[in-house]
Design a protein around this ligand. Structure first.
Ligand code: CA
Length: 227
């Protein structure tokens, strides 16, 4: 099973962390773990995460401080806070610091997974909607693109590029904007962009007479539905 969701787990209690890790990994999640607040923060700041599961009480830097620092740095990744019952009052502070939801320990793994999916869904209300341009449709949740009845599974990068082109079709999307959509502030360059778009066009355009993804020399790319 593959959900495609990347989860960072910041939890200092080894048994709890191991339980969560085992459960979510079996359910197809990709996991990363930090056992204290400082290493959790440095991992979180690297980005490329779908959800952070964050314990409130952590050595070196507590969960609230981590969350506040992350938000100040401009990261909008959804955060699900874990808290002990006796620190429940902290939940209000937790939301003020930018947490999206909280769970009181102990909780069931099934409940945890439901909350992870919920905060992830809420964080991208527009992003998960099915996109359609002419005979091509794309579902960002499943990362499946279908053109004229033929379905292709896309990589994350291909999916981001396709969704960006489809949302603004038939306008030209500048190279710079496409690079930002995929790599954010973390770099990326036009050579990598062209490579990924070349692969995307092989998947979605090559079998057909009309090329929907068109390169506009010196400017960018655009998506044009078949006439
Ligand atoms: Ca703790």
């Amino acid at each position: 099973m593959q959900t495609g969701l990347k989860v960072l787990l910041v939890e200092d209690q080894h048994d709890i962390a191991a339980n969560i890790w085992d459960y979510l990994e079996r359910r197809g999640y990709t996991l990363d773990h930090a056992a204290d607040g400082e290493s959790g923060l440095s991992r979180a700041l690297k980005g490329d995460l779908d959800v952070i599961v964050l314990d409130l009480g952590l050595p070196r830097l507590d969960g609230l401080e981590l969350c506040r620092t992350l938000r100040e740095a401009g990261h909008g990744v959804p955060v699900l806070m874990l808290t002990a019952r006796d620190t429940l009052d902290d939940k209000l502070r937790g939301f003020a610091e930018g947490a999206d939801d909280y769970m009181v320990k102990p909780f069931s793994m099934r409940e945890l997974e439901a909350r992870i999916r919920a905060v992830h869904r809420r964080s991208r209300p527009a992003g998960d909607a099915q996109l359609r341009v002419g005979e091509l449709s794309y579902n960002p949740s499943s990362m499946l693109a279908t053109r004229a009845g033929q379905t292709r599974a896309l990589t994350r990068v291909q999916g981001v590029l396709l969704a960006t082109l489809m949302r603004d079709a038939p306008n030209v999307i500048p190279h710079r904007k496409l690079i930002e959509a995929v790599w954010g502030d973390e770099g990326g360059d036009s050579a990598a962009l062209h490579t990924h778009l070349y692969e995307l066009r092989l998947l979605l355009d090559r079998p057909f007479a009309h090329a929907m993804i068109q390169s506009v020399r010196g400017l960018g790319y655009r998506m044009v539905p078949p006439p």
